[in-house]
Design a protein around this ligand. Structure first.
Ligand code: MN
Length: 514
């Protein structure tokens, strides 16, 4: 990628003034990286320009693109943060600083697969970066994607290390941000390096199978097209092919062979509104026999990362098994671009919009886990110890969505208890929780919640928290609130006293060993 290419690429999307700024950033970065080369032998500047170009493709705001151009300058050249701030403003400097810090955090990770669950400290740094401004992670993803695309020039051991880390950290991160297309790109590239033989084998198998099924699917597609047109449902039908990596994962799961996998190729029906999604489902189930267990309504209960679609698998009269995904254009856009879909070329958002309290109004509701990460990040910055489980659960574990009787959506880690929900709604509701009704039925304190539950908290003014409740919460939020309340009522005085002694001891020990 050259300067002129990037400018040409960005031209349709940004204002003239912003393009001038971009040109300026390219000049500064080119000068700073002068003489440096990539492993491919190309001038180093080709890398940041490619990263910026990816960010343009993702529709990011100009500050993010500028930071993409400049992302390696502070770490690898003598350009300072102060200089960037003077030239491009606080936000751009802030983003570059964030990206630099994440790289440094990563440099400390020796072998990620071995240490991943234990790399508390490095993970914390990643979390702090997210907590600051999620755009830092988006730049990091673009950086990683380009490094994977040019991985062939790296020595073998480095290839494996980067590929593994991509699969363990960056792909799940993209997934958590709902960036489905990026996640898939990262997975395919990383997998092709980690297990080239398997990748080749599956790719060949897939090609063979797809030739056959595409021909067969053609008939089904025509039939569906005709039925939808008769029903006056405006639509678009495309085929979607499973990725090699997800096929590999599916094969690993059971003793299945590629012939048992139905969704190698699915038909995707895109319509204009939600109502039409359900109408399409009705039409399909009238035409063909659905496999009941495989009907999934991710529209009324979205996946934790915000993904929405209806999925159904049907059997045609000729015994062909076909999977369908039905969604609106908007849902499709989100499934592909995720959080990046909420950024717009012209819209200027400042870092402040993404931090602390204001994040909740800028971020879509299913991205509220970012706000929760920010809470953790604030604590980490304050030097507070966060249990390891909390860190891994929040970033890599699964999350569930539950609802209040009024229909407000709350996002909790898998395995969360009703009390976690109560404290999430309000600490006073947690404090006076007396019982729970889940989906209309009385529900015990000990029974974890499930995705999609409607949870009602029954409160009594006279009811107060008990020390045993500490076993019945898993979120840091609930635990912190609960402990504070228990301390106030004197219920855990002895415990905190004991903890104080332990803390004092470890501090002395640390001091003497230093
Ligand atoms: Mn880079």
């Amino acid at each position: 990628m050259k300067k002129s290419e990037l400018l040409e690429h960005a031209k349709p999307f940004y204002e003239d003034e912003q393009l001038l700024e971009l040109e300026h950033a390219i000049d500064i970065a080119s000068k700073a990286h002068r003489g440096q080369k990539r492993k491919s032998g190309e001038p180093y500047i080709t890398h940041p320009l490619s990263v910026a170009s990816i960010l343009v493709d993702w529709g990011m705001d100009i500050d993010t693109v500028l930071a993409g151009v400049l992302h390696d300058t502070v770490e690898d050249t003598d350009v300072t943060l102060e200089k960037l701030e003077t030239l491009f403003g606080k936000d751009v400097a802030f983003l570059v600083d964030g990206v630099t810090k994440v790289s440094q955090a990563r440099a400390g990770m020796q072998d990620l697969t071995e240490y991943l669950p234990q790399t508390k400290d490095n993970l914390s740094k990643l979390l702090i970066a997210i907590g600051h401004d999620v755009r830092v992670i988006i730049i990091k993803l673009a950086d990683r994607l380009h490094n994977l695309q040019t991985l062939q020039y790296m020595p073998k051991t480095k290839q494996l290390k980067i590929a593994r880390e991509s699969l363990e950290v960056f792909a799940p991160m993209a997934d958590r941000l709902g960036m489905g297309r990026v996640r898939m790109q990262i997975e395919e590239l990383a997998f092709s390096y980690l297990n080239p033989a398997e990748f080749q084998k599956l790719q060949n198998l897939m090609r063979k199978r797809l030739g056959k099924s595409t021909r067969k699917l053609g008939g089904v597609r025509n039939e569906v097209e005709k039925a939808l047109t008769t029903q006056h449902i405006k639509h678009e039908i495309n085929g979607r092919v499973k990725s090699i990596y997800s096929l590999h994962k599916k094969l690993l799961k059971g003793e299945r062979t590629i012939d048992d996998i139905y969704d190698l190729m699915a038909l995707r029906v895109i319509v204009e509104n939600k109502e039409d999604c359900y109408r399409v489902l009705g039409v399909l189930h009238t035409l063909y026999q659905p496999m009941i267990a495989r009907i999934k309504d991710y529209i009324s209960v979205p996946k934790p990362n915000g993904y929405q679609s209806l999925h159904t698998t049907v059997i045609t009269p000729s015994k062909q098994i076909v999977e369908f995904q039905i969604r609106t254009y908007e849902m499709h856009e989100y499934a592909e671009r995720g959080l990046a879909a909420s950024f717009h070329y012209h819209e200027q958002k400042t870092s402040k919009d993404y931090t602390k309290s204001r994040a909740s109004s800028v971020l879509p509701s299913h991205m509220q886990w970012i706000t929760q990460l920010q809470e953790i990040a604030t604590k980490l910055r304050g030097g507070e110890e966060i249990p390891k489980s909390q860190l891994t659960v929040d970033l890599f574990g699964n999350r569930i969505f539950v609802y209040s009787p009024k229909g407000d959506i709350y996002n909790l880690p898998e395995g969360a208890y009703p009390l976690d929900f109560a404290y999430l709604v309000h600490s006073d509701i947690g404090k006076h929780a007396y019982g729970f009704r889940v989906n209309g039925i009385i529900h015990s304190f000990e029974k974890p919640l499930q995705n999609g539950d409607v949870v009602e908290v029954i409160t009594r003014k006279t009811s107060l928290p008990k020390a045993t409740w500490q076993e019945l919460v898993v979120t840091t939020h609930a635990r912190t609130k609960l402990r504070a309340q228990l301390r106030k009522t004197g219920a855990i005085e002895s415990i905190s006293h004991a903890a104080g002694i332990v803390r004092e001891k470890t501090r002395r020990k640390r001091a003497s060993s230093d």
